[in-house]
Design a protein. Sequence first.
Length: 190
Amino acid sequence: MFSSPFSNEHDREQAGTITLTDDKGRSLECYIEHSLEVNGQEYFLLLPVDSPVEIFAWQGEDEEEEALLVEDDATIDQIFSTAQAVLSEQNLFLKNTAYALTVAGELPPVEESEIFTLEIEDEQSDLEPEQLQLLASFYYEDQEYAIYTPLDPLLFFARISKTGKPELLSPEEFRKVQPLLEEHLFNEVE
């Protein structure tokens, strides 16, 4: 997954879609932003049809407060209906989809005061800070949660497996083919 160099003006109505499925049977419908063949294998750059969201739990007090990404399924299952109810007030419908939570509906306009910058601490790579827009916050059992959507598009790389189903590239496979994919994408964008 990485941020897109493509413009938002791309006509997605003309683009095809692919549905990714995770090991729990959840699906994620994606637009095909780009497809290319490298060494006889077809790869797809995919953009989810619905907007991805992330839920954070706020820990600590005042200056020491930090946001912790909620990733475990048990916690997501507990807070899901509350998060869904809070988002429905904005005509957004929360979905527990494959690889990411998503919302269907029109996102509110971005307001500078509602932007949260997430510093990613990873010594192995130089990841850029991620900017997120606050959609809603709520409490569940005295814990404060906040729902954000990334400002940069969330993209996936996939390929068609031998069984004919689209599958997400593993991190190892992505690292192997990333230079080739970037070279092909860069050449086609110019």
